[in-house]
Design a binder for this molecule. Sequence first.
Ligand code: FES
Ligand code: FES
Length: 162
Amino acid sequence: MPKRRITLTVNGKEHSAVTEDRYSLADFLRHGLGLTGTHLGCEHGVCGACTVLVDGQAVRGCLMLAVQAEGCQVTTIEGLVGEDGTLSPLQGAFMEHHGLQCGFCTPGILTTLTAYLRDHPNADEPELREALSGNICRCTGYDTIVRAALAAAETMRGGTAS
Ligand code: FES
Ligand code: FES
């Protein structure tokens, strides 16, 4: 299989690694870098479990080839915590409001919401539901996810989440 070396920054750390040309970004993150927090469900762009941030934008890691990430800044679920291990406001809100059950969808939902709330800090419930329409969760029924997202948005705006 054809291979090539790629250099990219993942969670603030530069990596240079050889990957097969056919590898998706999600496969590369999981098998090349050991970042197994990025999950693969459908592997054809439907479920959203594989979502990561590429240059700040939410991207389906199963639909992008690793070689296309050459020179990019990638953030995975492992990169959302602070350097001291502090959870992001979104992660904290998910814990507090029970925004996950099995957790399979959670990395993709958190990365999706991280980008969305950065760009839409005043998002309301219908807007958040629309933003999450490409992320499938089989467990929660979405209500606790939306509640957590609303609480995180309030925290990030400087208010006190309830
Ligand atoms: S695994 Fe990528 S969208 Fe489902
Ligand atoms: S928490 Fe199980 S799929 Fe979402």
